[in-house]
Design a binder for this molecule. Structure first.
Ligand code: PMV
Length: 352
């Protein structure tokens, strides 16, 4: 807590990326802890930019105003207010401040591109930065990012993987002793072929999801395949860690596609079941598989909790893949829209 005359006025800004899970987190326990470990690539172009203004609280408990893409957004305001209130034991100063948050995305939100990952990680970074600035308790880089990842996780599980660039693992995994269920860690032993890997995100539908991830995770509690899924994920994490190390792209393709289809199969086998695939999603998958068979490009598809497709492939194949998209896939896309992204370096503090 701060003494009354120490309560600051100021602003802090961070830009944080989304991430794409290669092994999926689907199913949780206790307070935002994963039922299985997950591993993602951090992206570089799908970003949230958040400016957090703070002033001494007028009322007893601080207040949050939230502006999204330039307009007041009451839904995000309510969510952020609940999130901030849940964090007062970690950051007691939250109660002493009023926040005016300006956040913007350069990609559609709630459409299965993990906008909660970039949004929540940016907010967590702003809060940790505030702590660092006024309390000096988060000194080393390690402590700073670990705490930011921990705090981001409480907002949205997958957000805890957006704190680092490259490949990031979340969840206790025997082969990596530093791993934890409480925060993400960077995976450092990665073959050069994966360092600049491409992710072209094909937008089939940019409207809001009809079933939230929160509900999807909860449905795993009674999914008849849950137990075997968590075992499968454990095996896939170990195999993927090995694959990232040895650069075996064929195995990478197999794991990534199986994970994407398993995620959606779990939605379809929940009670009640639901389906986020669109006819275009299946059309694209069929074309991608045919393209892979017809040439030497080891392209893989994956999906988050939505109908949009992420195409993952080595940077050397970019020209061929872009030609394939323009010739054969563009007809499936909403307004011909795709984001040509790649593995990124992680969040960045913005100078104001
Ligand atoms: O972080 P949440 O609660 O929005 O869950 C995200 C789950 C998936 O995006 C479907 C998979 C993942 O690991 O990112």
């Amino acid at each position: 807590m701060l003494f009354k005359d120490e309560i600051p006025t100021g602003k802090i800004a961070w830009e944080s990326p989304s991430n794409i899970a290669l092994v999926k987190y689907w199913g949780k326990r206790a307070v935002q802890l994963p039922q299985n470990s997950s591993l993602s690539f951090t992206l570089s172009k799908a970003l949230t930019n958040t400016v957090m203004n703070f002033t001494p609280a007028i009322r007893k408990t601080g207040k949050v105003s939230f502006f999204f893409n330039g307009e007041r957004n009451e839904i995000f305001e309510k969510k952020t207010d609940i999130y901030f209130k849940s964090l007062t034991s970690i950051f007691p100063f939250i109660k002493q401040l009023d926040f005016k948050i300006y956040s913007k995305n350069n990609f559609p939100h709630s459409a299965g591109i993990a906008s909660s990952a970039s949004g929540m990680s940016a907010l967590a970074l702003c809060l940790c930065n505030l702590e660092q600035k006024y309390f000096g308790t988060l000194t080393g880089e390690d402590a700073f990012y670990k705490k930011a990842s921990f705090v981001a996780r409480l907002g949205s599980g997958s957000a805890c993987r957006s704190l680092y660039g490259g490949a990031v693992l979340w969840g206790k995994t025997g082969t990596l002793p530093a791993s934890s269920d409480y925060y993400g860690i960077p995976v450092l032993d990665v073959n050069s072929v994966f360092k600049n890997y491409r992710d072209t995100i094909l937008i089939v539908d940019d409207s809001s999801k009809k079933v939230s991830s929160r509900i999807g995770h909860a449905l795993m509690d009674n999914n008849p395949y849950a137990r075997v899924r968590y075992l499968q994920a454990k095996g896939n994490i170990n195999l993927l860690l090995e694959t990232l190390k040895n650069g075996d792209i064929d195995t990478f393709v197999k794991i990534v596609e199986s994970e994407a289809l398993t995620l959606h199969a779990l939605m379809m086998t929940s009670n009640p079941w639901y389906m986020l695939f669109k006819p275009q999603t299946i059309g694209i998958i069929e074309k991608v598989v045919a393209f892979r068979k017809s040439c030497a490009v080891p392209i893989a598809f994956t999906l988050d909790a939505g109908p949009n497709i992420h195409l993952l492939y080595p940077e050397d194949d970019e020209a061929m893949v872009l030609e394939f998209i323009t010739k054969e896939l563009i007809g499936f896309l909403k307004n011909d829209y795709f984001i040509n992204d790649k593995v990124g370096k992680g969040p960045e503090r913005l100078k104001l």
